[in-house]
Design a binder for this molecule. Structure first.
Ligand code: RM4
Ligand code: MN
Length: 393
């Protein structure tokens, strides 16, 4: 593909203008590995400052108007005040993430714990998160369970599935209106022998049991090496059960690196399935979120770059010549079909994206503009004293 035809260009620009990417509050705080959390200057000290950072990302990219919260990391006295502050800054509060993985009581699991009192506490937290959604106006409750066992025989696998199902039923039953329950899966870690929600099939089966507003979340870093992630995307889209993404990239395990950094081609293939199902538009309902930790690199800039990476992959996916692709597929032209995809993937979409941003009243170079803005220097000077936010590993 050399030149982009005017009609294609108009269609692609319109779709990109509508695209929405949600950034995670925890990406702005300190993070690290189990070996070390490196503190960075200028890191937010409370949820308000995280929102200010998220709003900065939106200001420079124009496509990141919501920020996901993680409870209790982002607990405040009055969520209506937090929502009003977000609005003032030009963003809105998005998905509410529950956290049942950082309490001593959860050593043997949260909602699957053999002790009913611990299960009750964990379910209580999930219900509290729905209360918060009511106050913030958030649509989605996102659940990731670290539950699992480390040794064969440690606990009963089917009984843990029963406990999980019961907890999900209770949380799901508490939702009202268009609120949704998004269930995430992860292959392993912190449990090493058996994880209670290890894969999309398990998450899907529980969602089907719950009802239509229970949907699967694909965290792109939560699979075994070599897994065909776009197959999962296609399957869940077809089943009407793809609720959202936690975008990030991985080299080895759940690395939480910037999306599109390790495998931009995989990201393109994922977005190709999304575009093919016409599921990019916000009205379709998929939450396109980032779930990342910037352990050694500057955080706000890393989130900006991540948003741009998703945008680039999307632009390339939108450039796939669907008619030529269908024709090649119909006639069994294996290499022709593959070439159609590769032509789109190999297109340099950066000039197109620069034009898009100019049309949207943005600087065509968001990273450069952010660097020139002096924001980092400003928050470094302002955010002195107090306790920096972090995920407390
Ligand atoms: C988990 C999972 C969740 C995220 C936490 C911080 O591995 O990906 O989505 O909330 O990490
Ligand atoms: Mn995740």
């Amino acid at each position: 593909m050399t030149d982009i035809a005017p009609a294609t260009r108009t269609r692609v620009l319109a779709a990109l203008r509508e695209q929405r990417i949600e950034t995670p509050s925890w990406a702005y705080g300190n993070s690290g590995t189990r070996f070390k959390v490196f503190r960075q200057e200028g890191v937010p000290r409370d949820p308000y400052e995280k929102i200010a950072d998220a709003a900065t990302v939106h200001r420079f990219t124009g496509v990141a108007p919501t920020v996901a919260l993680h409870i209790p990391w982002d607990r405040v006295d009055d969520y209506a005040v937090l929502a009003a502050y977000a609005k003032e800054q030009g963003v809105e509060l998005g998905t509410i993430n529950a956290n049942v993985f950082q309490d001593d009581d959860y050593r043997l699991g949260s909602v699957t714990n053999p002790d009913p009192a611990v299960r009750r506490k964990a379910i209580g937290h999930l219900l509290e998160c729905v209360d918060i959604m009511d106050a913030t106006g958030s649509r989605d409750l996102k659940l990731w369970f670290s539950d699992g066992t480390n040794y064969p025989g440690q606990d009963s696998i089917p009984q843990r599935q029963d406990r999980l199902a019961a907890a999900l039923r209770e949380a799901y039953g508490r939702l009202t209106g268009d609120q949704r329950l998004l269930l995430e899966y992860k292959l392993f870690e912190p449990a090493f022998y058996m994880t209670d929600v290890p894969d999309w099939g398990t998450a899907y089966a529980h969602c089907v049991e719950l009802g239509e507003r229970a949907q699967v979340v694909i965290d792109t870093g939560h699979h075994a090496p070599g897994t065909n992630v776009e197959f999962i995307v296609a399957f869940l889209l077809r089943a009407g059960r793809l609720g959202g993404f936690d975008f990030n990239s991985r080299f080895y395990a759940d690395d939480d690196l910037m999306v599109g950094a390790a495998n931009p081609f995989e990201l393109f293939r994922v977005m190709h399935e999304i575009v093919g199902a016409d599921a990019l538009r916000p009205a379709y309902g998929i939450a396109f979120m980032l779930d990342q930790c910037h352990n050694i690199e500057p955080k706000v800039e890393a989130v900006i770059r991540s948003v741009l990476n998703v945008q680039e992959a999307t632009a390339k996916a939108l450039l796939v010549d669907v008619e030529a692709l269908a024709a090649a597929q119909r006639s069994g032209d294996v290499l022709g079909a593959n070439a159609v995809l590769m032509d789109a993937y190999n297109t340099d979409v950066r000039p197109l994206l620069r034009d898009l941003r100019t049309e949207m009243g943005l600087d065509p170079d968001p990273v450069g503009a952010y660097r020139r803005s002096g924001y980092l220097e400003k928050v470094r000077a302002e955010r002195v004293g107090g306790e920096q936010a972090g995920w407390g590993a």
